[in-house]
Design a protein around this ligand. Sequence first.
Ligand code: AMP
Ligand code: MG
Length: 325
Amino acid sequence: MTNGTLYLPDTPDGIARAAQALRAGELVAFATETVYGLGADATNATAVAGIFAAKGRPRFNPLICHFSSASAAFAHGVADRRARILAEAFWPGPLTLVLPRHPGSPIASLAAAGLSSLAVRVPSHPIAQALLAAVDRPVAAPSANRSGRISPTRSEHVRAELDGRIAAVLQSGPSIVGLESTVLDLTGPARLLRPGAISRAAIESHIGPLSDDPGADGGGQILRGPGLLASHYAPTLPMRLDARSVAPHEALLGFGPALPAAALIYNLSERGDLLEAAAHLFDYLRRLDDEASRQALTAIAVSPIPDHDIGLAINDRLARAAAPR
Ligand code: AMP
Ligand code: MG
């Protein structure tokens, strides 16, 4: 996908070039105080799909969106009093807040894996700060490693993991904290989703005791393994996978240039491009579900999707959506 990865110095010129690449929809790894992140413009669904492709992730998980200030973060995630108190106390720093997503936010639904919540953070690393300010858009960034590998804390680690797979690495010194950010869910009673650099006690000293309820959305599962959230969006209509024909009562979620006829079709990628399909997946699933119901169609047929590269993550997501409930 990328011919050669550029290794940029963390000088004003290097930062400006990294920002330009991100704004152009390319992938750039950069240091934060926790670990090196693999960033993409969170408002560009294709760029976000590229993160999953570069990491070789077999499933979609919600990503943390990074901002240069609390006010920028709160333009996308709705802040209540607790969020403001914690932002005041810990931002910039290694605390991620999961907030209700602002309905007007242009962040791609793939960045939040189709959830109605959004994870936001303002990192304190000075180079990350400068980069995010220059990008002036939300930057989605998981750790900059191949799927299943250890999070990188040095630019040499990123080179070993992602050389040739991403546009650039903004090279800085080692990440200081070396531990992932604490993830706190504020969409209901405050709950710890992932322990990390900021302790539970430190958070409780500001907003009182956290809830130990795993939550109706299975948030507790995040501690056991990300990507297993029970609340992942599932369509209301039953789904039939690997469909090569379409029944009269079915709408079609298609893939590729030659589709069977159907009363309602959303094509994930007419040219059969898996990255484009991943970028469209969550939006099209939701829109198809709404429109099919309005047209009195009662099921969704889904074209076969090749089971390789990011197609693995698409099929994983479709299998969950099609699972009996
Ligand atoms: P990483 O990007 O590897 O640092 O991991 C991100 C963490 O934040 C994972 O544990 C995710 O499950 C969690 N996370 C991100 N977005 C959300 C969200 N919208 N709701 C709940 N958890 C989230
Ligand atoms: Mg990771």
